[in-house]
Design a protein around this ligand. Structure first.
Ligand code: ADP
Ligand code: ZN
Ligand code: ZN
Length: 670
């Protein structure tokens, strides 16, 4: 083995490869090729972009090729490089993809970006408004704990468990002010882009212009500009969705994860990291506090609090002791109108009369989800996914909600040509919008769902118009279910509580209960009391019954008992191995072979392997999908087994054109 003392660089290439590559650093680039810098390197005769992870003095790779060019000064700090390496390692993910996630727009064009290099703070900073807010007693205790933790500048994970409208945001604000007093910054993560603008507005009221947004809906120029301002320390607070967990902040003193229970924090494609868990890890690396806030904490976080790993801070009451909304369950089996039942229509009409606002929540967009021929049973399906198409009316088309395949809408069955109307069930938001126009023509309705938000500015615009009172009813999907603070909303209508209940996922009941509590929490946040109407066909289901009775501890005890019996988190750790490809037979073969090898690797580690089995959505975008489920009491052996399986898959010829990836701590096991 030849060991030369020269200078080398470990480089993360922007390719889907789990390993990093070693390159020789020519003398001329010695000074510039620092860790965090973007470089150009040769790979199999091509020129590839990458980021220097580290410099090393010696290498066993005597034949290492030389870097070609250095494209930028260091873009990632040593801390962020360490964090990206941790993420790649923990999630068994390609390091280049993690580095790309940490840079705005994946880093493309960033080195030469004018928006980045010319980033200036706003010439006239909006003045901060010191608000006179008298904290509630519970808020005062919470604020004291958070402030002390920020001043102590040590790792301190805290679960801020406060009912809806208990004033959690005020606690975050005070923590951020303390961080600023110490000359540092605060990072605030929110689960959804639509929420970010409302949170930013509240922080700007207090901090003025030194508050920035970072998320993927921003135009690339603005994202680079904010990213650069953050990196220079010109922002006191950065608010953003999942990928903002990598925001470059030179003196980060506090991390806040709002709505910590939200599954949206877990990226469910490509790089499968959990924004909340990475935030906790980042706080630990930096030695700073992290506040996880929620009215409905995940069972995992509650378990961490119960074990004493997280400090449990509670805000048990709403601000000004405003009452929690009253809950009425409407049994749809006894109603003739399944979309807008009589009690719901009456409740909306009463709000119209009093000049109050209503929120209607339905977790299904489009017009109709199930179209079926009465005569032969035909229903339209996506050619590339195992899922039926949804009818949309504006514009008129059948669309796949996974791959957005579009087909012309039929009014008659194309298979049997029976002159019958297709039977419609599973109404979506567009259908409800029409139904509202028909039954309550006086109501001014705004709709907010993924179809609206394709237009980047639209969600913030819709929310702002609603908050200005330009509409009586806001109708929407999960985008309106959480976090929003509209004091004039006194009615929340849940149009179909059963949507998420029957998914074959172990978190289905927890998720349904959380969504109900969250959406109900939007009612009665102002002076007038709130009311919630829940339409369901299964009022007896534990999640719905618990929500109606308000007996949260009983529900959690029962959920935990079931999880313990069935060996699911928080009692065990999970990983899945996902096998996919375009050839059904090859995918099955590969999954079976992978299963055998994984079992062999897992057994001595004490890791259980279930499957392989086809995923619930067995075909997506033309790819067939199988999976294996791994369970273990601890994360380390679990990841070792998964890593061994991936390594075998990388080497294995039998796998051919089949892709294998891991999902560590999966949020859905479907
Ligand atoms: P949460 O995040 O817990 O749902 P918010 O932080 O949105 O609650 O607070 C709910 C409402 O109460 C907001 O309109 C907020 O401005 C207001 N609020 C918060 N704390 C106080 C306080 N101490 N006094 C008066 N109003 C408050
Ligand atoms: Zn037919
Ligand atoms: Zn499709």
């Amino acid at each position: 083995m030849v060991r030369r003392t020269m200078s080398y660089a470990l480089v993360a290439l922007s390719l889907p490869l789990r390993q990093s590559f070693t390159y020789r650093v020519p003398e001329a680039l010695e000074a510039e090729a620092r860790p965090g810098a973007m470089v150009e390197v040769p790979l199999r005769g091509r020129s590839v972009r990458g980021v220097v992870l580290a410099r090393v003095r010696s290498s066993e790779r005597a034949d290492a090729q030389a870097l070609t060019r250095v494209l930028s000064p260091p873009l990632l700090s040593p801390h962020l490089l360490e964090l990206t390496r941790w993420v790649a390692d923990y999630y068994l993910a390609p390091i280049g993809e993690v580095v790309a996630a940490a840079l705005p727009g994946g880093g493309k064009g960033l080195a030469a970006s004018r928006a980045r290099r010319g980033a200036r703070e706003d010439a006239v900073l909006r003045m901060a408004l010191p608000e006179r807010v008298t904290l509630s007693p519970a808020q005062r205790d919470a604020v004291r704990e958070v402030e002390q933790a920020v001043r102590a500048a040590a790792f301190a994970p805290m679960l801020l468990h406060g009912v809806t409208a208990s004033g959690k945001t005020e606690v975050y604000l005070r923590g951020a002010l303390t961080a600023r007093e110490a000359g540092g910054q605060t990072l605030v993560l929110v689960p959804e882009v639509a929420l970010a603008s409302q949170v930013v507005a509240r922080f700007r009221q207090r901090f003025g212009g030194r508050v920035g947004l970072l998320h993927s809906y921003l135009g690339v120029g603005e994202r680079r500009r904010n990213w650069e301002l953050a990196r220079r320390g010109a922002l006191d607070v950065v608010v953003g969705a999942r990928s903002a967990v990598f925001a470059p902040l030179p003196d980060l003193r506090l991390i806040v994860v709002d709505e910590e229970h939200e599954p949206a924090y877990k990226q469910s494609e490509q790089l499968r990291y959990h924004g909340r868990d990475v935030a906790v890890r980042r706080a630990q690396m930096l030695g700073v506090p992290v506040v996880l806030g929620s009215a409905t904490p995940s069972l995992e976080s509650l378990a961490n609090a119960a074990r004493g790993r997280y400090r449990h801070i509670q805000l048990p009451e709403r601000i000004d002791r405003r009452p929690m909304p009253s809950v009425q369950v409407v049994d749809l089996r006894r109603e003739d109108a399944a979309l807008l039942s009589r009690p719901l229509r009456a409740a909306i009409a009463a709000r119209l009369e009093r000049g109050e606002q209503s929120l209607l929540w339905l977790n299904r967009r489009g017009h109709t989800h199930h179209l079926q021929c009465h005569a032969c049973g035909w229903s339209p399906a996506c050619p590339d996914c195992d899922i039926t198409l949804t009818l949309h009316v504006d514009p008129l088309a059948l669309r796949c909600h996974y791959c957005d395949h579009r087909a012309p809408a039929h009014s008659r069955c194309p298979q049997c040509e029976a002159g019958l109307q297709l039977r419609q069930s599973g109404a979506g938001t567009q259908r409800v919008e029409r139904e509202l126009a028909r039954t309550l023509p006086a109501a001014r309705v705004l709709r907010l769902d993924a179809d609206i938000s394709r237009d980047r500015a639209a969600p913030a615009d819709v929310l702002e118009r609603f908050s200005r009172g330009e509409a009586d009813v806001l109708l929407g999907t999960q985008m309106i279910a959480k976090g929003l603070d509209f004091p004039d909303v006194t009615l929340v209508g849940v149009l179909d509580a059963d949507v998420a209940l029957h998914l074959p996922d172990f978190r289905a009941a927890e998720r349904t209960w959380q969504l109900l509590v969250q959406v109900a929490g939007r009612a009665g946040r102002g002076r007038a009391p709130g009311e919630v109407l829940v339409q369901t066909c299964t009022p007896e289901h534990a999640a719905i019954a618990a929500f109606a009775s308000g007996d949260t501890p009983a529900f959690q005890r029962q959920e935990l008992a079931e999880r313990r019996d069935a060996e699911y988190p928080p009692f065990v750790r999970l990983a899945t191995l996902l096998v996919s490809g375009t050839d059904a037979a090859l995918v099955e073969q590969a999954a079976v072979a992978l299963g055998e090898h994984t079992r062999a690797a897992a057994a001595p580690l004490g890791v259980r392997v279930l499957g392989p089995a086809p995923q619930a959505l067995a075909r997506l975008r033309g790819r067939h999908r199988w999976h294996l489920l791994l369970k273990a009491p601890q994360a380390r052996p679990l990841r070792e087994a998964a890593a061994a399986a991936l390594e075998w898959a990388d080497r294995s010829r039998t796998l051919g054109r089949v892709r294998v990836m891991a999902d560590i701590d999966p949020i859905e096991v479907l």
